[in-house]
Design a binder for this molecule. Structure first.
Ligand code: C2E
Ligand code: SIN
Ligand code: SIN
Ligand code: FE
Ligand code: FE
Length: 375
């Protein structure tokens, strides 16, 4: 009698979701060698964007570091609304669709596609795509094996995100409870997270960041100022310039922020969560400067973690273009000029260039997340 062999042995010990998915992909590929690719794209419901997150394929993926509007694809929208997977066994039906995504998928030579919308408690998280270079790849026999695996990948994705939702909700609640009025609005955090993602997508290849890292920078960026919990309102909301002692106290928000994060991670048993160093580096190092004159550690150049350099540019740009208790909002033109001036000295040159490359997208983000300033 054949001995039972667990095909997905060790899946729950794998740390990264990309590793879990890779195990599933190889298992599927072993059984059905015509299955060429699995990928996950995550949905940002506030911007209506889909961003590639993880992919496994036999060849290099044609859809790396990729972003698109869900609204641009009627068929994907339909799948998201229906909540049901869609199976296409002949992609040539879609020949007329001129969308980047479909074009890229076709360049990859895919003829059959399976699209699974990920849902949790009524919220849409994104898609799992499974593709094959063969026509009619997804027979009932294949689907019988594949469908439960798609559910499994969806479940792992949801677990990963509920961790981050817990972290974000904890930090937001703590900030709301310690400060009556926060000069940093939710819109600031929404904008700077999206500027951060824009920059990260652009510099990803140079710094060998995968889509999973990019997504974590986006998700963790809004937590950068958690250390403000410990800064008194008299400083945080001061209408004028800070004096030297006040600024010294303000500077403590970076080191204090990391202490708070470490406490939260330990309380929720998330210390060993994958990519958690991205969060720690952002919190501690978002005020370091390229020339070494920043705080808290005076790190210079490449010694500053790339995620902190990215978030620094996003944070400064949004601080400049926003009203603060101590300053009026600058125009975009003036803020662009200021970023150019700081580039290479205080701010990372690649990151500044990456942001300034797509001014149209900056304006879209500003339009989408306008200040709702109750003065
Ligand atoms: P913030 O207001 O969110 O500003 C974040 C960062 O944006 C600042 O970090 C700085 O690097 C940049 N930034 C903001 N405004 C300007 C500007 O007019 N010119 C230039 N070149 N850069 C600007 P920084 O300086 O480390 O300050 C950290 C935080 O300390 C600020 O966050 C703010 O909350 C507080 N802060 C700094 N200066 C003052 C001040 O004069 N008065 C008050 N009330 N708070 C201040
Ligand atoms: C699309 O419908 O726009 C893309 C096709 C697919 O990957 O499922
Ligand atoms: C902010 O980032 O907008 C406030 C405080 C800080 O950046 O350190
Ligand atoms: Fe800060
Ligand atoms: Fe900020």
């Amino acid at each position: 009698m054949a001995k039972f062999e667990d095909q997905l042995k060790g899946i729950s010990q794998r740390e990264f979701i990309s590793e879990k998915m890779s195990l599933v992909f190889h298992e599927l590929n072993k059984k059905f060698n015509f299955i060429d690719r699995i990928s996950i794209a995550l949905y940002d419901n506030q911007c209506d964007t889909l961003t590639t997150y993880i992919h496994c394929s036999k060849d290099a993926s044609p859809l790396n570091h990729y972003q698109a509007k869900l609204g641009d694809s009627k068929s994907l929208q339909q799948i998201a609304c229906s909540g049901e997977p869609r199976i296409i066994n002949d992609m040539s039906v879609y020949d007329t669709v001129k969308k980047h995504h479909s074009i890229q998928i076709k360049k990859g030579g895919f003829k059959s596609s399976y699209t699974y919308p990920i849902y949790n408690r009524g919220l849409f998280y994104g898609f799992i795509f499974i593709n094959s270079g063969q026509l009619n790849a997804f027979s009932d026999e294949v689907l019988a094996v594949m469908s439960p695996l798609a559910h499994l990948i969806a479940a792992f994705t949801i677990i990963e995100f509920s961790d981050i939702q817990t972290l974000t909700a904890t930090v937001t609640t703590a900030l709301e409870m310690t400060h009556q009025r926060d000069p940093e609005t939710g819109e600031h955090l929404s904008r700077m997270a999206r500027y951060s993602r824009l920059i990260a997508l652009e510099v990803a290849s140079k710094y060998q960041m995968d889509d999973e890292a990019i997504e974590h920078i986006f998700l963790f960026a809004p937590l950068h100022d958690v250390g403000k919990i410990s800064i008194p309102d008299s400083i945080l909301l001061k209408p004028g310039r800070l004096d030297e002692t006040e600024f010294e106290q303000m500077k403590s928000h970076c080191a204090r922020g990391l202490e708070i994060i470490n406490k939260i991670l330990s309380n929720y048993k998330l210390d060993h969560r994958p990519h958690i160093n991205i969060l720690k580096n952002i919190v501690r190092h978002h005020h370091e400067k390229i020339n070494g004159s920043g705080y808290p550690d005076g790190l210079a150049g490449n010694a500053i973690p790339i995620e902190a350099r990215i978030v620094a540019v996003a944070d400064v740009f949004d601080a400049l273009t926003s009203k603060r208790p101590y300053k009026e909002a600058w125009s975009n033109q003036n803020a662009y000029a200021e970023l150019e001036r700081l580039s290479g000295e205080e701010l990372d040159e690649d990151c500044v260039n990456a942001l300034l490359k797509d001014k149209h997208e900056i304006e879209q983000i500003q339009l989408r997340f306008q200040e709702d300033y109750i003065g």
